[in-house]
Write a new protein. Structure first.
Length: 307
């Protein structure tokens, strides 16, 4: 399903009905033909009495919808709008929730929830794809350049080929306990955690000096994307956006289609509730993490809400 070359208008014409989207989602969820979620039986009865078709297993009689077990499960939003959102998030520039709500004509809360669920699926893809081969790891930061205390420490890692070019990249927030708050520096346990969690650990070089020339342009690209598209991102949800950026970048480096891979992961990733997506997590809180037009003071910290 190579659709990356399409314009948004052409994409909407191709997926202009619930049936067209349901068929594409069926292929993404069961690329090797249907398998009952309960007993794995390959044959089903098709039931068309609802908005979306139901598939009743011929063996155990379990009924499942095409969206059950996906990020779309339980959503009243039309599949056509979900597909439009997936396509727009697969574009090189991505899209903010405020802009997405205007384009697909849903409320801001619905657009934010759709985008956040899609990013959750992309994070699941990232977890199962470690850096391999010759890996370089460097500390970087995101935030207001002129104030060190306003920067979010990050680690960037890249699998490099024989020409010292990146073939795969990951950018991760460290655990707050691994950061020296006075120096805004990631301690050795944080670097080791990155190596353990995100690489195969075979040929890893960790730098404490100058950022590797192959990774330096990526740092500036992700910074520009976060600031230009979203007016900056706060620490709480920053990791989801970093994973989204790397998902698209890595597929581009592999010359692989983005939309079909994004649809696949949305089809095989179970949904998360709004409560799960918005629950608090341990992050390194810094004053003036980023700057942007839509911000509010919360004590001495700046909180962004327009992602």
């Amino acid at each position: 399903m190579f659709l990356d070359h399409l314009t948004f208008e052409a994409f909407c014409q191709q997926f202009n009905s619930e049936q067209a989207c349901a068929e594409a989602l069926f292929e993404a969820r069961w690329p090797d033909s249907f398998r009952c979620p309960t007993c794995r039986h390959p044959h089903f009865y098709l039931i068309r009495t609802r908005r979306l078709p139901l598939y009743e297993c011929r063996s155990c009689r379990h009924q499942t919808s095409v969206i059950a077990g996906t990020i779309m499960e339980g959503s009243p939003t039309l599949l056509t709008r979900w597909f439009q959102a997936m396509f727009l998030l697969s574009r090189p520039s991505g899209i903010s929730a405020s802009r997405l709500s205007q384009v697909i004509q849903v409320t801001y809360k619905t657009a934010w929830l759709i985008a956040r669920k899609i990013r959750h699926a992309l994070q699941q893809a990232d977890e199962g794809d470690p850096l391999t081969g010759v890996v370089r790891v460097d500390p970087i930061s995101y935030g207001y350049t002129y104030y060190s205390e306003a920067q979010q420490p990050l680690l960037i890692g890249g699998s490099l080929n024989e020409r010292d070019e990146p073939e795969q990249v990951k950018i991760k927030q460290p655990d707050p306990s691994h950061v020296n708050n006075a120096l805004r520096w990631i301690e050795k346990p944080g670097v080791q955690a990155f190596v353990n969690d995100h690489t195969d650990g075979e040929a890893v070089t960790v730098s404490r000096g100058k950022l590797h020339p192959a990774l330096n342009p990526i740092k500036w690209k992700v910074t520009a994307w976060l600031n230009n598209t979203f007016n900056g991102i706060g620490a709480k949800h920053l990791q989801a956006y970093l994973d989204e950026f790397c998902f698209r970048l890595n597929l581009k480096l592999r010359h692989a289609p983005v939309f079909s891979q994004l649809l696949h992961w949305c089809a095989v990733t179970p949904t998360l509730t709004y409560k799960d997506l918005t629950r608090s997590k341990s992050v390194l809180t810094v004053p003036w993490v980023v700057w942007g037009s839509k911000a509010k003071w919360k004590g001495k910290y700046l909180t962004l809400w327009n992602a």
